[in-house]
Design a protein around this ligand. Structure first.
Ligand SMILES: [Zn+2]
Length: 344
């Protein structure tokens, strides 16, 4: 891989503001104001030196690397008919299919640019989110799994042999896990609050078949703070990732573990996302692998904007990554489960 020299890359597209579940579900927390809050804050910060690029639309063939044709056609038809509910949480309006194409297309274009050596880091501020969308089912505010689609692009078209997905959204990334659960070439590691939506992701589920050991589910109790998240990242995920040696790291970056978020009960500060970002940034630098992050959840707009700014500053910066002690209860339990497959 060529050594990256350029500024980190930031992807957005105005079509992603047109996706509005409130058209059919008044009071829905996934609002376009999530994106405008982020961009107002980043603009005031001079975009932190990141290079802004427009996210192109993905093709339907890109989506079908992960999703069934049946799902792609059904979402397209629903939007062409003016929109409608997919489940009690998930609504597509007329503009949602186009927004989802740009959300997936931005993740794909970021991946292309990173693997071409144009930059070492990227971030996509696009929506709808993706990590709950399973190969044959849209759910949980998600239509198509942008991160999974980008990981498949990297492997099938761009020559990557191993890709790692880190999911730090507070909800379990069931879509990404299902897409890759039997695959030895995609390591999917996620932290999430146990007992909240969608209810999947127990520690004991380590993947299936040839992918056994390449799924890492790290459920944490409600009320967890940043030290616990960072501890599991540092002492469980990073050692496995170091052995796995991915050539690309993608982050499903949800910010709904923030203490101000209305949808869950963890207690992270904005600065905790920066601490996790520095940890994974240093992992990527040690592996000489590029790192691209994609926005997933985060429903308190001002906390979301502050957290994204902190994350971008960390991903593009030089500050020292911090080390925390292993959590005395959860780290040994997780390490013994995950260590059945890896030498932890
Ligand atoms: Zn979430």
């Amino acid at each position: 891989m060529r050594r990256a020299s350029g500024a980190p890359l930031y992807f957005s597209h105005p079509a992603c503001l047109e996706h509005d579940p409130r058209e059919g579900m008044p009071g829905h927390p996934d609002t376009p104001q999530r994106l405008t809050a982020i961009e107002r804050r980043l603009e005031a910060a001079g975009w932190l030196g990141w290079e802004r690029r427009e996210a192109p639309a993905a093709s339907e063939a890109d989506l079908e690397r992960v999703h069934s044709r049946r799902l792609v056609e059904s979402i397209r038809a629903l939007c062409q008919a003016g929109g409608g509910a997919i489940d009690p949480d998930t609504y597509a309006c007329a503009a949602s299919f186009r927004a989802a194409l740009h959300a997936a297309g931005g993740a794909c274009e970021m991946t292309r640019a990173l693997l071409a050596g144009e930059a070492a880091a990227g971030f996509c501020t696009l929506r709808p989110a993706g990590h709950h969308a399973e190969p044959d089912r849209a759910m949980g505010f998600c239509l198509f799994d942008s991160v999974a689609i980008a990981a498949e692009l990297a492997i099938r078209e761009l020559g990557a042999e191993r890709v790692m997905v880190l999911d730090w959204d507070v909800h379990h990334g069931n879509g990404t896990v299902e897409a890759f659960r039997a695959r030895p070439d995609v390591l999917v590691a996620g932290l999430h609050q146990e007992g909240v939506y969608p209810g999947s992701g127990p520690l004991a589920d380590a993947g299936s078949g040839r992918g056994e050991g390449c799924t890492i589910n790290l459920p944490v109790p409600g009320g967890s703070e940043g030290d616990l998240w960072l501890s599991l990242l540092e002492h469980v995920v990073v050692p496995v990732a170091t052995q796995f040696e991915p050539q690309l790291i993608l982050v499903s970056a949800g910010f709904d573990a923030h203490r101000e978020d209305p949808l869950a009960g963890c207690r992270l500060e904005s600065s905790d996302f920066a601490r996790m970002a520095r940890s994974v940034r240093d992992l990527a630098r040690r592996l000489e692998a590029p790192l691209g992050a994609v926005l997933e959840g985060g429903y308190a707009p001002s906390a979301l904007a502050e957290s994204v700014e902190a994350t971008l500053a960390a991903l593009g910066g030089e500050g020292e990554a911090e080390s925390v002690a292993p959590d005395p209860v959860l780290t040994p339990r997780a390490a013994s489960q995950v260590g059945r497959h890896w030498s932890l």
